[in-house]
Design a protein around this ligand. Structure first.
Ligand SMILES: [Zn+2]
Length: 186
C-alpha cells in the first residue's frame, strides 16, 4: 500500500466515477469504515458527496486572493461561482456550511485525537483508519493553514505549492519526467 498523499482530500473531491474510487482504494486502502450493512457504493454516494461539498465550500471561504494562487485546473473544478447565487451573504453562508460539514465529517468518520508530548508541550494528533477520515483531517489542516495547490505534471496528483514555480510533487516525479523526456528525445 502506498503512503496516503497530502492531497487525498482533493483527489477524493475530484473523483467522479466508480472506477476513480476503485483505483484510489486499490492504491491507498479502504475508502470508508462502513457499518456492515452499507455497501461501499452507498457509502461513497452519501459520504463522498458531503466531503465534496465541504471541499467546494472551502474554496469559497479561502477567498479570491488565495484562490488566485491555486492551479486554475483545480479551481475550475472545485469552485462553483453560482453556488450561492441567491444568497445575500455568500461568504457567511459558506463558512457556516463548511463548519457544519467539517464537524459532521470528522465525527461521522470517527476521527479521534490522541495527546502526545512533543518538544515543550502537549499536542493533539488525529488518528484515522480510512481514506475518507484522513481526507477530513487534511481538509481541516488545509483550512487552518491555507496553502495553494497544484496538479503534478507527471503523476497528476494535487500537491501543495511550497516553493514558487514547482511543477512536480516529488523528486521521484521530477526524475520520472526527466526519463520520459529523454526517452522521447532518443
Ligand atoms: Zn507527482
Amino acid at each position: 500500500m502506498k503512503e496516503i498523499p497530502e492531497g487525498m482530500w482533493l483527489l477524493l473531491a475530484l473523483a467522479e466515477t466508480d472506477e476513480d474510487f476503485a483505483n484510489l482504494e486499490k492504491k491507498y486502502g479502504k475508502l470508508g469504515g462502513g457499518t456492515g450493512d452499507v455497501s461501499i457504493h452507498d457509502l461513497r454516494a452519501i459520504d463522498i458527496e458531503i466531503l465534496q461539498a465541504a471541499v467546494r465550500m472551502s474554496m469559497h471561504t479561502i477567498g479570491k486572493e488565495t484562490r488566485d494562487k491555486w492551479d486554475p485546473q483545480l479551481v475550475n473544478h472545485l469552485y462553483k461561482h453560482d453556488e450561492f447565487e441567491n444568497d445575500r451573504n455568500p461568504k457567511e453562508k459558506a463558512i457556516d456550511s463548511l463548519l457544519d460539514y467539517l464537524n459532521t465529517g470528522l465525527r461521522f468518520e470517527e476521527v479521534i485525537v490522541q495527546a502526545e508530548w512533543e518538544g515543550a508541550g502537549i499536542i493533539l494528533k488525529p488518528l484515522t483508519r480510512t481514506l475518507i477520515a484522513k481526507a477530513w483531517v487534511q481538509l481541516f489542516d488545509a483550512m487552518t493553514d491555507p496553502i495553494p495547490w497544484k496538479i503534478c505534471e507527471y503523476c497528476r496528483n494535487p500537491f501543495p505549492i511550497r516553493r514558487k514555480g514547482a511543477v512536480y510533487c516529488s523528486d521521484s516525479c521530477r526524475a520520472g519526467a526527466y526519463k520520459k523526456r529523454k526517452g522521447i528525445l532518443k
